[in-house]
Design a protein around this ligand. Structure first.
Ligand SMILES: *Cc1c(COP(=O)(O)O)cnc(C)c1O
Length: 480
């Protein structure tokens, strides 16, 4: 498998080049030359395979020139050491047609970005074996990426990480997850928005003089090695949905709270029960989206042949992509702050990758866009807690609301298709990560141990202006 730049199909790159450099030399994003198909036997048994086996089948064709199967297996076993349960929001939820929830927050930083970051850190560590020039990873975060990347790379030899985040626009917990580890992880609080942080990172990558002095790489959702592992949970969940198999405790007790993140999580393939589901068939995933890395990974899983009917792209008022799907015109905007702040993105970086693989008509066929404001999001958090005893975080709540809005409008969930298969809402963060927004609507949210550990740390960040020169100075004075 070779990789290309979204902006130039004439140059080939290996997976190793694509992963370690992050962004193509012409400023484009790396994309695989083709999207491989699952083998027939794999497609038929997705509902019974283990998560790690699905991960190997999904990722191997993209990386096999650089990661032998045994190495990939080891990376996967280490990275995906926590489950991704597919649960009904309550006991009767599936039967009543209420959305299922794909809980992606059981990793060490309680957000779905742990999947990508932990895979990437282990992959980098393998790809860099035997090198003596250290690697500097530069990443911009709107909140959750930073914590996941910091945690994933903390203590990895030969790699230093610098994380830029918008000062004052991330939660106390996110700031501690980003800036509380120290060691090989340094944090910069940028006086500006997330888009400013992304612009600074792009400027640093485009700075030839800097490139000569440092080995720079990125780790945000533009990195292909973060994207690929995210395709795995779509395939695994779509398999479960097709087979009518949900994760759960198998008892008749309604679930009153999410499984705690971290230590006490159940085994990935344990606790499966079979639930008769309305319209069992190809899944619809509703994806709360910001930079659209998660949704792009879902498109990869669908293109590989996972039983997926399509996607609902749910955004907050930063509605660039829903507007594009509606109008056919792509207009980026300035990002607006919301309570789902990890999705406050006005110029989604993975849009370039999506539209390199698929044209407007294709995207419109596979994705319906819906945007949701903060009042609607709050009302969902309160309502779902009242009706189902289930805590949603603001990001998952945006997705839940999007499904509700489509259902209330009476139309099909997907464009050009009347079939509404089972819908799974992606819960991308643990609600305790956003307790300031959630608790006024639900009362106290139980705090998982992973979050408590982070809260006990002290954040140590340096503040810089949103000026490329300030980042350059920092990088040059703080060589790895
Ligand atoms: C990053 C993030 C998102 C958005 O994911 P993208 O891949 O950027 O679209 C959604 N929810 C949470 C909790 C996140 O951290």
């Amino acid at each position: 498998m070779y990789y290309y730049s979204t902006r130039d199909r004439s140059l080939f790159f290996s997976f190793k080049d694509a992963a370690l450099t992050g962004l193509a030399p012409d400023g484009g994003l790396f994309i695989p030359g083709q999207i491989p198909a699952y083998r027939g036997a794999v497609k038929r048994s997705l509902s019974s395979m283990s998560f790690c086996d699905i991960a190997c089948e999904t990722i191997l064709p993209y990386v096999e020139k650089d990661l032998p199967p045994s190495v990939l297996e080891e990376i996967i076993a280490g990275a995906f050491s926590f489950p991704a349960p597919l649960v009904p929001a309550d006991r009767e939820g599936a039967a009543l047609g209420a959305p299922l929830v794909l809980e992606l927050f059981h990793g060490p930083t309680a957000a779905f970005k742990d999947f990508g970051a932990r895979f990437m850190a282990r992959t980098f560590s393998y790809l860099r074996r035997g090198e003596d020039r250290p690697l500097r990873i530069l990443t911009a975060t709107s909140g959750d990426t930073g914590g996941a990347v910091a945690d994933g790379f903390f203590g990895v030899a030969g790699i230093a990480v610098t994380i830029l985040y918008p000062k004052g626009r991330v939660s106390e917990l996110q700031e501690k997850q980003i800036a509380g580890l120290g060691g090989n992880i340094s944090a910069l609080a940028v006086e500006g928005s997330f888009d400013d942080c992304q612009t600074l990172v792009k400027a640093a990558f485009g700075d030839a003089a800097l490139g000569k002095k440092l080995s720079l790489s990125s780790a945000n959702s533009i990195n292909i090695s973060r994207l690929l592992p995210q395709a795995v949970y779509y395939a695994a969940a779509a398999g479960k949905i097709l087979g009518g198999r949900l994760d759960g405790d198998g008892t008749a007790t309604p679930r009153t709270r999410p499984v705690p993140a971290g230590d006490a999580a159940p085994a990935p393939s344990g606790n499966i029960r079979t639930v008769p589901m309305k319209n069992a068939g190809a899944a619809i995933f509703c994806v709360p989206s910001g930079n659209f890395g998660n949704l792009t990974a879902g498109l990869y899983a669908m293109a590989m042949g996972a039983p997926i009917a399509g996607f609902i792209a749910a955004t907050n008022i930063n509605r660039t992509v829903p507007d594009y799907l509606e109008s056919g015109e792509y207009r980026t905007r300035l990002s607006q702050p919301t309570i789902s702040n990890a999705m406050d993105v006005g110029a989604p970086s993975n849009f370039e990758r999506m539209s390199a693989h698929w044209n407007y008509q294709d995207l419109r066929r596979m994705i319906r866009g819906v945007w949701v404001d903060d009042d609607e999001t709050r009302s969902t958090i309160g309502g779902v807690y009242r009706d189902h005893g289930y805590y949603l975080d603001p990001h998952g709540a945006v997705a839940w609301t999007a499904v509700q809005k489509l259902r209330q409008s009476g139309g099909a969930l997907l464009p050009g298709s009347s079939a509404g298969g089972p819908v799974a809402v992606l819960a991308t963060a643990h609600p305790a990560k956003f307790s300031a927004a959630v608790e006024p609507l639900t009362g106290p949210v139980p705090v998982p141990r992973s979050i408590q550990r982070a809260l006990d740390r002290t954040a140590r960040a340096r503040t810089i202006p949103a000026d490329p020169a300030a980042l350059r100075d920092f990088l040059l004075e703080d060589p790895v």
